[in-house]
Design a protein around this ligand. Structure first.
Ligand SMILES: C[S@@+](CC[C@H](N)C(=O)[O-])C[C@H]1O[C@@H](n2cnc3c(N)ncnc32)[C@H](O)[C@@H]1O
Length: 300
């Protein structure tokens, strides 16, 4: 839903569309997310049972380790949410400085701000760091980097711009750890995506297929690790839904019954999409190719 007069960016969702989803009230999200307010699929390892806090921490650990952040002077978090990963990196992984980008005003106001952390209300497409980063993480934001009306070529071009920017911002050999939902047993080109999701829940956003991501990253990056964890999202969504149901009265006081029902339906339908393998959840680690091998890679 572009605002009248606002230029439509060629890639993904605008700030207005992002805020439609993320700026409904921090306390509302606090009701049903974990204590760190992580808003993306958790990592269910070993015998965590239904311990959402532990599974979200395991997810932060996985990406931090994948991106090889230990000892890093500078790390970028593209799509930093309310700052959980940023805090984890400075407080628990001794990263020197973390920059977080978000398109939500509410999140930008909640993210950490200190000598060691800067939360910016900024689109990654406008980001111009003064110096390269040692590592980049991006968790649950890639879902907003293309739009439903883009065809396959345009979609891949939008994703390629993201990978090219990340490569430009990273030191040689630096890593990007990425997490995103993607279509699995579903081809959006042949079937219409439910308008409930594209209009009511995540306007101006559409999901990738695995081949889009691999194609877009090819060139600047080597793919060094890939996990498909759709069942982990089913588990996470079940807990979010249960917590929202348990907090129904408070939620209705905060956002009203209609909004409560809209979120409840979105969590329930999303869960069904993972159960039926319409979607899956990818966690991927990429490594920036050296400039010399990049030149060889580009030649026919
Ligand atoms: C589902 S939240 C994930 C937040 C966080 N990574 C987490 O796991 O809790 C998606 C995030 O992506 C951000 N985002 C989406 N498009 C963006 C863009 N073009 N530039 C910067 N941030 C963006 C949103 O503002 C939001 O912070």
């Amino acid at each position: 839903m572009p605002v009248k007069g606002e230029p439509v960016l060629s890639g993904g969702a605008t700030q207005h569309a992002i805020e439609h989803h993320y700026d409904v009230g921090r306390d509302f999200y606090r009701l049903w997310l974990d204590s760190r307010m992580v808003y993306s699929c958790a990592l269910w390892t070993g015998d965590l049972d239904d311990d959402l806090d532990a599974a979200q921490l395991a997810k932060l650990e996985w990406h931090a380790t994948g991106a090889q952040v230990d000892g890093a002077a500078r790390v970028l978090d593209v799509g930093c949410g309310w700052g959980a990963m940023m805090r984890y990196l400075t407080d628990e992984r001794q990263v020197g400085h973390v920059t977080g980008l978000t398109l939500s005003s509410d999140q930008a106001g909640a993210g950490p701000s200190s000598e060691r952390a800067e939360t910016r209300l900024e689109d990654w497409r406008d980001h111009q760091p003064p110096r390269p980063y040692d590592a980049i993480v991006s968790i649950g934001a890639f879902e907003h980097f293309s739009r439903p009306e883009l065809n396959k070529t345009e979609r891949r071009a939008a994703y390629r711009r993201f990978f090219e920017r990340c490569a430009l911002w990273l030191v040689e050999g630096g890593r990007l750890s990425l997490q995103t939902i993607a279509w699995e047993d579903f081809d959006p080109a042949t079937m219409e995506v439910a308008s409930f999701f594209t209009q009511d829940i995540f306007p101006e956003s559409s999901l990738p297929q695995l081949s889009d991501i691999v194609d877009a990253a090819e060139g600047p990056f080597r793919l060094v690790c890939l996990r498909s964890d759709g069942d982990h999202y089913d588990h996470t969504l079940r807990l979010w839904q249960q917590r929202l149901e348990a907090g129904k009265d408070r939620a209705c006081e905060m956002v009203g019954l209609a909004q409560y029902r809209r979120y409840h339906r979105y969590l329930r339908l999303s869960r069904m999409m993972f159960e039926r393998r319409v979607c899956t959840l990818y966690r991927m680690v990429f490594e920036r190719r050296p400039a010399s091998s990049l030149a060889r890679h580009d030649s026919p």
